[in-house]
Write a protein that binds this ligand. Structure first.
Ligand code: EPZ
Length: 418
Protein backbone atom coordinates (compact mmCIF):
# COMPACT_ATOMS: atom_id res chain seq x y z
CA UNK A 1 0.00 0.00 0.00
CA UNK A 2 1.20 3.50 -0.77
CA UNK A 3 0.91 6.70 1.31
CA UNK A 4 1.20 10.42 0.71
CA UNK A 5 3.45 12.34 3.12
CA UNK A 6 2.37 15.98 3.03
CA UNK A 7 4.14 18.95 4.59
CA UNK A 8 1.38 21.53 5.10
CA UNK A 9 1.49 25.30 5.13
CA UNK A 10 2.87 26.01 1.65
CA UNK A 11 1.03 28.49 -0.58
CA UNK A 12 0.16 26.95 -3.97
CA UNK A 13 0.54 29.29 -6.94
CA UNK A 14 1.34 29.08 -10.64
CA UNK A 15 -0.08 27.62 -13.83
CA UNK A 16 -1.18 24.05 -14.57
CA UNK A 17 -2.96 22.11 -17.34
CA UNK A 18 -5.93 19.89 -16.49
CA UNK A 19 -5.76 16.24 -17.68
CA UNK A 20 -8.38 14.43 -19.76
CA UNK A 21 -11.65 13.51 -18.03
CA UNK A 22 -11.79 10.12 -16.25
CA UNK A 23 -15.60 10.08 -16.45
CA UNK A 24 -15.63 10.88 -20.16
CA UNK A 25 -12.80 8.42 -20.95
CA UNK A 26 -14.39 5.33 -19.39
CA UNK A 27 -17.59 5.24 -21.52
CA UNK A 28 -15.62 6.28 -24.63
CA UNK A 29 -13.14 3.44 -24.09
CA UNK A 30 -16.11 1.07 -23.71
CA UNK A 31 -17.68 2.46 -26.90
CA UNK A 32 -14.56 1.48 -28.88
CA UNK A 33 -16.01 -2.07 -28.78
CA UNK A 34 -18.83 -1.02 -31.12
CA UNK A 35 -17.09 -0.29 -34.43
CA UNK A 36 -15.14 -3.58 -34.88
CA UNK A 37 -12.45 -1.30 -36.22
CA UNK A 38 -9.67 1.05 -35.10
CA UNK A 39 -10.23 3.80 -32.53
CA UNK A 40 -7.54 6.39 -31.82
CA UNK A 41 -8.01 8.34 -28.55
CA UNK A 42 -6.07 11.34 -27.26
CA UNK A 43 -5.97 13.01 -23.83
CA UNK A 44 -6.97 9.81 -22.00
CA UNK A 45 -5.65 10.25 -18.42
CA UNK A 46 -3.09 7.67 -17.30
CA UNK A 47 -4.88 6.56 -14.13
CA UNK A 48 -5.77 3.21 -12.57
CA UNK A 49 -9.38 3.24 -13.86
CA UNK A 50 -8.37 3.70 -17.50
CA UNK A 51 -5.65 1.04 -17.07
CA UNK A 52 -8.21 -1.48 -15.76
CA UNK A 53 -10.59 -0.67 -18.63
CA UNK A 54 -7.82 -1.24 -21.19
CA UNK A 55 -6.96 -4.53 -19.44
CA UNK A 56 -10.58 -5.69 -19.83
CA UNK A 57 -10.66 -4.65 -23.51
CA UNK A 58 -7.50 -6.73 -24.10
CA UNK A 59 -9.02 -9.71 -22.26
CA UNK A 60 -12.10 -9.47 -24.51
CA UNK A 61 -9.82 -9.72 -27.57
CA UNK A 62 -9.07 -6.11 -28.52
CA UNK A 63 -5.63 -5.10 -29.68
CA UNK A 64 -4.52 -2.13 -27.53
CA UNK A 65 -1.47 0.10 -28.00
CA UNK A 66 -0.84 3.11 -25.79
CA UNK A 67 1.90 5.68 -25.61
CA UNK A 68 2.01 9.16 -24.04
CA UNK A 69 -1.79 9.67 -23.68
CA UNK A 70 -2.53 8.39 -27.20
CA UNK A 71 -4.36 5.03 -27.25
CA UNK A 72 -5.10 2.89 -30.32
CA UNK A 73 -7.72 0.14 -29.94
CA UNK A 74 -8.63 -2.40 -32.61
CA UNK A 75 -11.87 -4.13 -31.60
CA UNK A 76 -12.20 -6.28 -34.77
CA UNK A 77 -11.33 -9.58 -33.12
CA UNK A 78 -13.26 -9.50 -29.86
CA UNK A 79 -14.22 -13.12 -29.10
CA UNK A 80 -15.33 -12.93 -25.44
CA UNK A 81 -18.45 -11.24 -24.16
CA UNK A 82 -17.94 -11.91 -20.46
CA UNK A 83 -16.50 -9.20 -18.22
CA UNK A 84 -14.01 -10.82 -15.78
CA UNK A 85 -15.50 -10.92 -12.27
CA UNK A 86 -12.37 -9.75 -10.45
CA UNK A 87 -12.13 -6.69 -12.71
CA UNK A 88 -15.85 -5.93 -12.29
CA UNK A 89 -15.22 -5.88 -8.54
CA UNK A 90 -12.09 -3.79 -8.88
CA UNK A 91 -13.92 -1.14 -10.89
CA UNK A 92 -17.73 -0.97 -10.69
CA UNK A 93 -17.93 1.48 -13.56
CA UNK A 94 -16.98 -1.42 -15.88
CA UNK A 95 -20.77 -1.95 -16.01
CA UNK A 96 -20.54 0.51 -18.92
CA UNK A 97 -18.91 -2.25 -21.01
CA UNK A 98 -22.15 -4.23 -20.78
CA UNK A 99 -24.05 -1.72 -22.92
CA UNK A 100 -21.35 -1.79 -25.62
CA UNK A 101 -21.08 -5.61 -25.66
CA UNK A 102 -24.84 -6.16 -25.79
CA UNK A 103 -25.13 -3.46 -28.46
CA UNK A 104 -22.69 -5.23 -30.77
CA UNK A 105 -22.90 -8.94 -29.82
CA UNK A 106 -26.48 -9.12 -28.44
CA UNK A 107 -25.12 -10.91 -25.39
CA UNK A 108 -23.03 -10.16 -22.32
CA UNK A 109 -22.28 -11.77 -18.96
CA UNK A 110 -21.01 -9.87 -15.94
CA UNK A 111 -20.98 -10.13 -12.16
CA UNK A 112 -22.97 -7.81 -9.98
CA UNK A 113 -20.75 -4.74 -9.58
CA UNK A 114 -20.05 -4.46 -5.83
CA UNK A 115 -21.20 -1.37 -4.01
CA UNK A 116 -18.37 0.88 -2.97
CA UNK A 117 -17.49 3.28 -0.24
CA UNK A 118 -19.95 5.95 -1.28
CA UNK A 119 -23.08 3.84 -1.37
CA UNK A 120 -24.80 0.70 -2.59
CA UNK A 121 -24.55 1.83 -6.29
CA UNK A 122 -27.49 -0.26 -7.60
CA UNK A 123 -27.91 -0.93 -11.34
CA UNK A 124 -31.71 -1.35 -11.39
CA UNK A 125 -32.15 1.57 -13.82
CA UNK A 126 -29.66 -0.03 -16.25
CA UNK A 127 -31.46 -3.41 -16.15
CA UNK A 128 -34.95 -1.90 -16.40
CA UNK A 129 -33.84 0.00 -19.50
CA UNK A 130 -32.22 -3.11 -21.05
CA UNK A 131 -35.51 -5.01 -20.64
CA UNK A 132 -37.34 -2.20 -22.47
CA UNK A 133 -34.89 -2.67 -25.35
CA UNK A 134 -35.99 -6.31 -25.68
CA UNK A 135 -33.04 -7.75 -23.76
CA UNK A 136 -33.60 -10.91 -21.70
CA UNK A 137 -31.90 -10.72 -18.30
CA UNK A 138 -31.01 -13.70 -16.14
CA UNK A 139 -29.59 -13.20 -12.65
CA UNK A 140 -27.97 -16.28 -11.10
CA UNK A 141 -25.47 -16.64 -8.22
CA UNK A 142 -24.18 -13.11 -8.53
CA UNK A 143 -23.87 -13.17 -12.32
CA UNK A 144 -26.08 -11.33 -14.81
CA UNK A 145 -26.52 -12.69 -18.34
CA UNK A 146 -28.13 -10.45 -20.97
CA UNK A 147 -29.21 -11.83 -24.35
CA UNK A 148 -31.45 -10.79 -27.25
CA UNK A 149 -32.01 -11.50 -30.97
CA UNK A 150 -32.00 -7.79 -31.72
CA UNK A 151 -32.16 -4.49 -29.84
CA UNK A 152 -35.60 -2.99 -30.40
CA UNK A 153 -35.67 0.80 -30.14
CA UNK A 154 -38.03 2.05 -27.43
CA UNK A 155 -38.94 5.02 -25.28
CA UNK A 156 -37.20 4.83 -21.86
CA UNK A 157 -37.99 7.20 -19.01
CA UNK A 158 -35.36 7.18 -16.26
CA UNK A 159 -36.64 7.45 -12.66
CA UNK A 160 -33.42 9.34 -11.91
CA UNK A 161 -31.05 11.09 -14.39
CA UNK A 162 -28.41 8.40 -13.88
CA UNK A 163 -25.14 9.12 -15.74
CA UNK A 164 -24.18 5.46 -16.12
CA UNK A 165 -27.66 4.31 -17.14
CA UNK A 166 -27.90 7.09 -19.75
CA UNK A 167 -24.53 6.05 -21.20
CA UNK A 168 -25.37 2.35 -21.14
CA UNK A 169 -28.66 2.89 -23.00
CA UNK A 170 -26.87 4.99 -25.64
CA UNK A 171 -24.28 2.24 -26.23
CA UNK A 172 -26.82 -0.60 -26.27
CA UNK A 173 -29.05 1.29 -28.75
CA UNK A 174 -26.44 2.21 -31.38
CA UNK A 175 -27.54 -0.58 -33.80
CA UNK A 176 -31.15 -0.74 -32.56
CA UNK A 177 -34.09 -1.43 -34.86
CA UNK A 178 -35.89 1.90 -35.12
CA UNK A 179 -35.31 4.66 -32.56
CA UNK A 180 -34.63 4.80 -28.81
CA UNK A 181 -35.59 7.85 -26.76
CA UNK A 182 -34.10 8.38 -23.30
CA UNK A 183 -36.27 10.72 -21.22
CA UNK A 184 -34.95 12.32 -18.01
CA UNK A 185 -31.45 11.53 -19.27
CA UNK A 186 -28.43 12.82 -17.35
CA UNK A 187 -27.20 16.22 -18.60
CA UNK A 188 -23.53 15.84 -17.61
CA UNK A 189 -20.87 17.13 -20.08
CA UNK A 190 -19.41 13.59 -20.21
CA UNK A 191 -22.66 12.48 -21.94
CA UNK A 192 -22.21 15.24 -24.55
CA UNK A 193 -18.62 14.07 -25.11
CA UNK A 194 -19.81 10.49 -25.56
CA UNK A 195 -22.43 11.61 -28.14
CA UNK A 196 -19.77 13.60 -30.05
CA UNK A 197 -17.47 10.56 -30.10
CA UNK A 198 -20.22 8.13 -31.19
CA UNK A 199 -21.50 10.42 -33.96
CA UNK A 200 -17.92 10.82 -35.23
CA UNK A 201 -17.87 6.98 -35.43
CA UNK A 202 -21.05 7.07 -37.57
CA UNK A 203 -23.80 6.78 -34.97
CA UNK A 204 -26.94 8.91 -35.12
CA UNK A 205 -27.56 10.49 -31.71
CA UNK A 206 -29.00 13.88 -30.79
CA UNK A 207 -30.04 15.67 -27.60
CA UNK A 208 -27.12 14.90 -25.26
CA UNK A 209 -26.93 17.72 -22.72
CA UNK A 210 -30.73 17.94 -22.68
CA UNK A 211 -33.20 15.68 -20.85
CA UNK A 212 -34.30 13.86 -24.04
CA UNK A 213 -31.75 11.92 -26.09
CA UNK A 214 -32.72 10.31 -29.42
CA UNK A 215 -30.70 7.39 -30.79
CA UNK A 216 -31.57 6.29 -34.36
CA UNK A 217 -30.21 2.82 -35.06
CA UNK A 218 -27.52 2.53 -37.77
CA UNK A 219 -26.13 -0.52 -39.56
CA UNK A 220 -22.40 -0.08 -39.05
CA UNK A 221 -19.72 2.26 -37.73
CA UNK A 222 -16.29 3.30 -38.96
CA UNK A 223 -12.84 3.94 -37.54
CA UNK A 224 -12.52 7.10 -35.53
CA UNK A 225 -10.03 9.32 -33.71
CA UNK A 226 -11.08 11.59 -30.85
CA UNK A 227 -9.73 13.96 -28.23
CA UNK A 228 -11.40 13.45 -24.84
CA UNK A 229 -12.72 16.49 -22.92
CA UNK A 230 -10.82 17.89 -19.89
CA UNK A 231 -11.59 16.70 -16.37
CA UNK A 232 -13.91 19.18 -14.63
CA UNK A 233 -13.58 17.38 -11.27
CA UNK A 234 -9.78 17.55 -11.36
CA UNK A 235 -10.15 21.26 -12.22
CA UNK A 236 -12.31 21.82 -9.13
CA UNK A 237 -9.84 19.86 -7.00
CA UNK A 238 -6.86 21.97 -8.12
CA UNK A 239 -8.80 25.22 -7.60
CA UNK A 240 -9.59 24.08 -4.03
CA UNK A 241 -5.89 23.33 -3.44
CA UNK A 242 -5.03 26.95 -4.34
CA UNK A 243 -7.99 28.40 -2.39
CA UNK A 244 -7.25 26.52 0.85
CA UNK A 245 -3.57 27.55 0.85
CA UNK A 246 -4.24 31.21 -0.05
CA UNK A 247 -2.57 30.91 -3.45
CA UNK A 248 -3.14 32.17 -7.00
CA UNK A 249 -3.70 29.55 -9.71
CA UNK A 250 -4.07 29.76 -13.48
CA UNK A 251 -5.80 26.61 -14.74
CA UNK A 252 -5.47 25.90 -18.48
CA UNK A 253 -7.13 23.45 -20.89
CA UNK A 254 -10.51 23.48 -19.10
CA UNK A 255 -14.01 24.08 -20.52
CA UNK A 256 -15.09 26.74 -18.01
CA UNK A 257 -18.75 26.28 -19.00
CA UNK A 258 -18.45 22.81 -17.32
CA UNK A 259 -17.46 24.32 -13.95
CA UNK A 260 -19.87 27.24 -13.56
CA UNK A 261 -21.40 25.88 -10.33
CA UNK A 262 -17.89 25.36 -8.92
CA UNK A 263 -16.81 28.90 -9.85
CA UNK A 264 -19.97 30.32 -8.23
CA UNK A 265 -19.23 28.51 -4.94
CA UNK A 266 -15.58 29.62 -4.90
CA UNK A 267 -16.74 33.23 -5.42
CA UNK A 268 -19.27 32.82 -2.57
CA UNK A 269 -16.31 31.68 -0.42
CA UNK A 270 -14.55 34.97 -1.20
CA UNK A 271 -12.15 33.91 -3.97
CA UNK A 272 -11.69 36.14 -7.00
CA UNK A 273 -11.89 34.31 -10.33
CA UNK A 274 -11.14 35.58 -13.82
CA UNK A 275 -12.89 33.28 -16.29
CA UNK A 276 -12.14 32.85 -20.02
CA UNK A 277 -13.53 30.10 -22.29
CA UNK A 278 -10.70 27.60 -21.75
CA UNK A 279 -8.86 28.96 -18.71
CA UNK A 280 -9.64 30.27 -15.26
CA UNK A 281 -7.47 32.23 -12.84
CA UNK A 282 -8.17 32.08 -9.10
CA UNK A 283 -6.89 34.70 -6.66
CA UNK A 284 -7.64 33.59 -3.13
CA UNK A 285 -8.10 35.76 -0.09
CA UNK A 286 -6.68 35.34 3.41
CA UNK A 287 -9.76 33.86 5.03
CA UNK A 288 -12.29 31.65 3.23
CA UNK A 289 -15.92 32.34 4.14
CA UNK A 290 -18.32 29.55 5.15
CA UNK A 291 -21.04 28.65 2.59
CA UNK A 292 -23.83 26.10 2.15
CA UNK A 293 -23.60 23.38 -0.56
CA UNK A 294 -26.32 21.09 -1.91
CA UNK A 295 -25.13 18.46 -4.41
CA UNK A 296 -27.39 18.01 -7.45
CA UNK A 297 -27.28 16.41 -10.92
CA UNK A 298 -25.54 18.59 -13.54
CA UNK A 299 -25.62 21.59 -13.93
CA UNK A 300 -26.03 21.68 -10.13
CA UNK A 301 -23.06 21.38 -7.78
CA UNK A 302 -21.29 18.03 -8.50
CA UNK A 303 -21.35 15.35 -5.82
CA UNK A 304 -17.77 14.45 -6.78
CA UNK A 305 -16.53 17.75 -5.34
CA UNK A 306 -18.58 17.67 -2.14
CA UNK A 307 -15.88 16.17 0.06
CA UNK A 308 -13.14 18.30 -1.52
CA UNK A 309 -15.05 21.53 -0.88
CA UNK A 310 -15.90 20.27 2.63
CA UNK A 311 -12.17 19.95 3.31
CA UNK A 312 -11.68 23.62 2.39
CA UNK A 313 -14.67 24.66 4.52
CA UNK A 314 -13.20 23.01 7.65
CA UNK A 315 -10.97 26.12 7.93
CA UNK A 316 -13.52 28.71 6.72
CA UNK A 317 -14.78 31.61 8.83
CA UNK A 318 -18.21 30.50 10.07
CA UNK A 319 -20.39 27.39 9.80
CA UNK A 320 -21.18 25.58 6.52
CA UNK A 321 -24.10 23.22 5.85
CA UNK A 322 -23.51 20.46 3.30
CA UNK A 323 -26.38 18.41 1.84
CA UNK A 324 -25.39 15.32 -0.17
CA UNK A 325 -28.38 14.50 -2.39
CA UNK A 326 -26.84 11.99 -4.81
CA UNK A 327 -25.11 9.20 -2.85
CA UNK A 328 -26.23 7.85 0.50
CA UNK A 329 -22.88 7.64 2.23
CA UNK A 330 -20.42 10.13 0.89
CA UNK A 331 -19.23 11.49 4.26
CA UNK A 332 -16.73 8.74 5.10
CA UNK A 333 -13.78 11.11 4.93
CA UNK A 334 -15.27 13.42 7.57
CA UNK A 335 -14.14 11.16 10.42
CA UNK A 336 -10.60 11.39 9.07
CA UNK A 337 -10.86 15.18 8.78
CA UNK A 338 -11.96 15.23 12.44
CA UNK A 339 -8.69 13.49 13.34
CA UNK A 340 -7.00 16.59 11.88
CA UNK A 341 -9.09 18.86 14.12
CA UNK A 342 -12.09 19.56 11.88
CA UNK A 343 -15.39 20.26 13.65
CA UNK A 344 -18.03 18.26 11.72
CA UNK A 345 -21.36 16.78 12.79
CA UNK A 346 -23.31 14.51 10.46
CA UNK A 347 -27.01 13.72 10.43
CA UNK A 348 -27.87 11.38 7.54
CA UNK A 349 -27.38 13.47 4.36
CA UNK A 350 -26.48 16.69 6.19
CA UNK A 351 -23.00 17.63 7.37
CA UNK A 352 -22.50 20.74 9.53
CA UNK A 353 -18.92 22.07 9.38
CA UNK A 354 -17.87 24.65 11.99
CA UNK A 355 -14.78 26.38 10.65
CA UNK A 356 -11.59 26.26 12.78
CA UNK A 357 -8.52 28.44 12.46
CA UNK A 358 -6.23 25.66 11.23
CA UNK A 359 -6.11 21.87 10.97
CA UNK A 360 -3.23 19.87 12.40
CA UNK A 361 -1.26 17.30 10.43
CA UNK A 362 -2.14 13.72 11.43
CA UNK A 363 -2.15 10.07 10.24
CA UNK A 364 -5.31 9.50 8.16
CA UNK A 365 -6.62 6.90 5.70
CA UNK A 366 -8.29 7.45 2.32
CA UNK A 367 -11.71 5.74 2.19
CA UNK A 368 -12.63 6.42 -1.45
CA UNK A 369 -11.42 8.38 -4.46
CA UNK A 370 -12.82 11.84 -3.75
CA UNK A 371 -12.70 11.45 0.03
CA UNK A 372 -9.00 10.67 -0.32
CA UNK A 373 -8.49 13.79 -2.44
CA UNK A 374 -10.29 15.78 0.28
CA UNK A 375 -7.74 14.58 2.86
CA UNK A 376 -4.92 15.71 0.56
CA UNK A 377 -6.53 19.16 0.19
CA UNK A 378 -6.88 19.43 3.98
CA UNK A 379 -3.26 18.33 4.51
CA UNK A 380 -1.95 21.05 2.17
CA UNK A 381 -3.07 23.79 4.56
CA UNK A 382 -2.75 21.88 7.85
CA UNK A 383 -0.01 22.73 10.36
CA UNK A 384 2.80 20.16 10.19
CA UNK A 385 3.01 16.78 8.50
CA UNK A 386 0.14 14.48 7.39
CA UNK A 387 0.41 10.84 6.31
CA UNK A 388 -2.44 9.64 4.10
CA UNK A 389 -2.66 5.84 3.72
CA UNK A 390 -4.48 3.83 1.01
CA UNK A 391 -3.78 6.41 -1.66
CA UNK A 392 -4.49 3.74 -4.30
CA UNK A 393 -8.03 5.12 -4.11
CA UNK A 394 -6.77 8.53 -5.19
CA UNK A 395 -4.49 7.15 -7.91
CA UNK A 396 -7.62 5.62 -9.52
CA UNK A 397 -8.92 9.00 -10.58
CA UNK A 398 -6.14 11.60 -10.67
CA UNK A 399 -3.14 11.62 -13.04
CA UNK A 400 0.12 12.58 -11.23
CA UNK A 401 -1.73 14.74 -8.69
CA UNK A 402 1.34 14.89 -6.43
CA UNK A 403 3.52 16.14 -9.31
CA UNK A 404 0.94 18.79 -10.29
CA UNK A 405 0.65 20.04 -6.68
CA UNK A 406 4.43 20.06 -6.14
CA UNK A 407 4.83 22.09 -9.36
CA UNK A 408 2.61 24.69 -7.64
CA UNK A 409 4.69 24.75 -4.46
CA UNK A 410 3.28 21.89 -2.39
CA UNK A 411 5.43 19.28 -0.62
CA UNK A 412 3.76 15.91 -1.30
CA UNK A 413 5.78 12.68 -1.40
CA UNK A 414 4.67 9.12 -2.15
CA UNK A 415 5.87 6.48 0.33
CA UNK A 416 5.65 2.86 -0.81
CA UNK A 417 4.90 0.81 2.31
CA UNK A 418 5.39 -2.49 0.29
C1 EPZ B 1 -21.12 8.59 -12.42
O1 EPZ B 1 -21.38 7.46 -11.60
C2 EPZ B 1 -19.68 8.98 -12.11
N1 EPZ B 1 -18.80 7.87 -12.46
C3 EPZ B 1 -19.55 9.30 -10.62
O2 EPZ B 1 -18.21 9.72 -10.38
C4 EPZ B 1 -20.50 10.46 -10.30
O3 EPZ B 1 -20.43 10.72 -8.90
C5 EPZ B 1 -21.94 10.06 -10.68
O4 EPZ B 1 -21.98 9.68 -12.08
C6 EPZ B 1 -22.92 11.20 -10.46
O5 EPZ B 1 -22.53 12.30 -11.18
C7 EPZ B 1 -18.43 7.70 -13.75
O6 EPZ B 1 -18.86 8.41 -14.63
C8 EPZ B 1 -17.49 6.57 -14.02
P1 EPZ B 1 -25.34 7.65 -11.34
P2 EPZ B 1 -22.74 6.61 -11.82
O7 EPZ B 1 -25.82 6.43 -12.03
O8 EPZ B 1 -23.07 6.52 -13.25
C9 EPZ B 1 -28.43 5.92 -8.21
C10 EPZ B 1 -16.13 9.70 -9.32
O9 EPZ B 1 -15.77 10.00 -8.17
N2 EPZ B 1 -28.66 4.85 -9.17
O10 EPZ B 1 -25.62 8.98 -11.92
O11 EPZ B 1 -22.61 5.33 -11.04
C11 EPZ B 1 -27.06 5.81 -7.56
O12 EPZ B 1 -27.07 4.90 -6.48
C12 EPZ B 1 -17.39 8.89 -9.53
O13 EPZ B 1 -15.51 10.03 -10.37
C13 EPZ B 1 -29.69 3.94 -8.94
O14 EPZ B 1 -30.40 4.03 -7.95
O15 EPZ B 1 -23.78 7.55 -11.07
C14 EPZ B 1 -26.79 7.22 -7.11
O16 EPZ B 1 -27.45 7.44 -5.87
C15 EPZ B 1 -18.09 8.53 -8.23
N3 EPZ B 1 -29.88 2.92 -9.82
C16 EPZ B 1 -27.46 8.07 -8.20
O17 EPZ B 1 -28.38 7.18 -8.87
C17 EPZ B 1 -29.12 2.78 -10.94
O18 EPZ B 1 -29.36 1.84 -11.73
C18 EPZ B 1 -26.50 8.63 -9.22
O19 EPZ B 1 -25.87 7.57 -9.82
C19 EPZ B 1 -28.08 3.71 -11.17
C20 EPZ B 1 -27.88 4.74 -10.28
Amino acid sequence: MKSYIVEGGNILSGEIEVSGSKNASLPILAASILNANTTKLYNIPRIQDTKITLKILKLLGCEVKSKKGKIVIDSKNIYITEIPEELMREMRSSIILAGALIGRFKKVKFSYPGGCDIGSRPIDLHLKAFRKLGIKIEEKSGFITCTCDKIVGNEISLDFPSVGATENIMLASIFCEGVTYIKNSALEPEIVDLQKFLNKMGAKIEGAGTSIIKITGVKNLKEVSYNVMPDRIEAGTLLCAAAVTGGNLKLKNIETEHIEAIIDKLRDMGCELEVEKRQVELKSIRKIKAIDIKTMPYPGFPTDLQSIFSAVLTVAKGTSIITENIFESRYKCMSELKRMGAKVTIDNRIAVIKGVRKLTGSNVKATDLRGGAALLIAALSAKGKTKIDNIEYILRGYESLDKKLNKLGAKVYIKDNK
